[in-house]
Design a protein around this ligand. Structure first.
Ligand code: BGC
Length: 262
């Protein structure tokens, strides 16, 4: 594959990536595979995209396979973990990436929208953490749980309330569960992206005026490419990040600290 370099940084490691066939998740799958990990691609729709990814990864000697599972359903989550273990024998890295948002305010969010956002973005992460950690403890040797959170775990986004609520929950889940699981050698870290060029931001990207406003708010002047988030995950999955836990690494082009300087 042109431009791809196969390295061995994560060789022998097994990683699961939820929401792995689009957006940031797709970039994470591709990067972890390039680093030599065996990657389980969790996805909800578009099996053909997952199959295409498997083929592409296989073409340079990488290893991956797809499992269709909805992270908001606990049976699906358990099946995802079990399939990874059945296929590759263990789990070293769990990347909780799947996420949805409704871009609705506290005034106009329906109970259905609320449940959907909280079930995928928080309940799914909570139980994926629990199930992955149980497997890591049973197999021994520790592990890494990496949650793709958002700048909005800590920074309000008016008009996206349920999303902020879920991400704020993931912030505390990581801090608390990391303390509980540290004795087992399991590190838990959030990655907090800012605005990333992925389908979740389609409505902004399709509106030139909104895009100009967004770019102006980002000190670096542009959205992130999904690969720029995937590289942080690759680092956190590697031995180089052995002492990082219970915290968030933000990769946001400075947006959380942008200021008009008034
Ligand atoms: C949200 C996007 C938002 C971005 C920056 C992300 O977490 O999904 O809707 O544009 O944060 O504010």
């Amino acid at each position: 594959m042109e431009g791809k370099t196969f390295s061995h940084l994560l060789q022998g490691k097994v990683a699961i990536v939820t929401g792995g066939n689009s957006g940031i998740g797709k970039a994470i799958v591709e990067y972890l595979a390039e680093l030599g990990a065996q990657v389980v691609i969790d996805y909800r729709s578009h099996p053909e995209t997952t199959e295409e990814m498997e083929r592409e990864i296989g073409s340079y000697g990488g290893c991956s396979f797809g499992v269709q599972a909805d992270v908001s359903k606990l049976d699906d989550l358990q099946r995802l973990i079990d399939s990874a273990v059945a296929q590759y024998g263990r789990i070293d890295v769990m990347v909780n990436n799947a996420g949805v948002e409704t871009r609705t305010s506290v005034l106009d969010t329906t109970p259905e929208q609320y449940d959907k956002v909280l079930n995928v973005n928080l309940r799914g992460v909570f139980f994926a953490t629990q199930y992955a950690a149980k497997q890591m403890i049973a197999q021994g040797g520790g592990g890494r749980i990496i949650n793709i959170s958002s700048v909005h775990e800590d920074w309000p986004m008016p008009g996206n309330t349920a999303y902020c609520l879920a991400k704020g929950g993931v912030r505390m889940l990581t801090r608390t569960a990391a303390l509980e699981l540290a004795p087992h050698g399991i590190n838990i870290v959030n990655v907090g992206p800012g605005a990333v060029a992925t389908p979740i931001n389609d409505s902004t990207m399709n509106d030139p005026e909104l895009m100009a406003k967004l770019n102006a708010a980002i000190p670096m002047g542009r959205m992130a490419r999904p690969e720029e988030i995937a590289k942080v995950v690759g680092f956190l999955a590697s031995d180089a990040a052995s002492y990082i836990t219970a915290t968030t690494i933000f990769a946001d082009g400075g947006i959380m600290h942008s200021s008009p300087g008034l």
